[in-house]
Ligand binder design. Structure first.
Ligand SMILES: NC(=O)c1ccc[n+]([C@@H]2O[C@H](COP(=O)([O-])OP(=O)(O)OC[C@H]3O[C@@H](n4cnc5c(N)ncnc54)[C@H](OP(=O)(O)O)[C@@H]3O)[C@@H](O)[C@H]2O)c1
Length: 217
């Protein structure tokens, strides 16, 4: 209570509400912050800084609930002066692919054996919009089970029978996919036993099999 004797006022701010505010309000906020930093009115919160190799200690410290202010990991040293592109820095890491949840992924022939596995992998790696194409649509119980499971998990699954072997059909398919999100990737898993045409471009079956089976070479 002694704080209030100094005429101190506390303001509650819903920071997330700022994301929905107008462009002008966001600019004003940036200006106020910049001016505040220059004048010293806006000061950084107290921080406990750990090096990048002390991630575990940092989390343990934060988990103990004893800290005041921020717990920070220093991933790089401050650079002298502003640079548009910071110096390249490498860290030891295990590479892992993630899908963009805002984009859509098109799997031509996606209801086949390979397509269902790939779609599952994409969903597992974060894809939220998946388009599966087939000439005949969902036919088996397993296909409908997979689609149901992905939808239950919050993935938008569009099964399309649009024929993408013509330029017009390919354009229509891309438009369908774009209703879910900008197209982030197209995978061709359509297997037929003769010459086939994809997106208006003729490709020989031999060439297709080489591409489709690159793993086994
Ligand atoms: N399965 C594997 O483990 C594996 C491993 C490595 C490589 N591959 C290669 O991956 C490719 C796919 O294999 P898969 O096992 O998934 O074959 P699959 O089970 O026969 O599936 C192929 C799918 O393509 C669809 N399809 C065919 N023509 C189409 C078209 N014009 N438009 C849209 N969909 C079309 C078929 O559905 P509709 O008949 O309803 O159109 C079918 O569901 C093959 O080239 C294979 O060699 C497979």
């Amino acid at each position: 209570m002694a704080f209030f004797l100094k005429n101190t006022t506390f303001h509650g701010i819903l920071l997330d509400a700022l994301f929905d505010s107008s462009e002008a309000e966001k600019r004003q906020l940036v200006t106020l912050l910049n001016e505040g930093i220059k004048s010293g009115a806006v000061r950084p919160l107290p921080a406990t800084v750990y090096s990048e190799s002390q991630v575990e200690q940092a989390f343990r410290f934060m988990g103990s609930g004893k800290h005041i202010g921020k717990v920070l990991l220093k991933v790089r040293a401050e650079e002298k002066g502003a640079t548009t592109k910071p110096a390249t820095r490498t860290v030891n890491a295990i590479p892992r692919s993630y899908m963009n949840p805002d984009k859509s992924y098109v799997l031509v022939g996606g209801l086949g054996g390979f397509g269902l596995e790939l779609a599952n992998w994409l969903a597992f790696r974060g894809a939220k919009n998946i388009v599966l194409t087939s000439r005949s649509g969902v036919r088996t119980g397993y296909q409908s089970l997979c689609v149901r499971r992905w939808r239950d998990a919050g993935v938008n699954v569009l099964v399309s029978t649009t024929d993408c072997t013509t330029a017009a059909g390919a354009a229509k398919l891309l438009k369908e996919a774009a209703t879910l999100g900008p197209v982030g990737g197209i995978f061709n898993l359509a297997a037929v036993s003769n010459f086939f045409v994809l997106f208006g471009v003729k490709i020989g079956l031999f060439f297709f099999y080489i591409l489709a089976n690159l793993d086994s070479f």
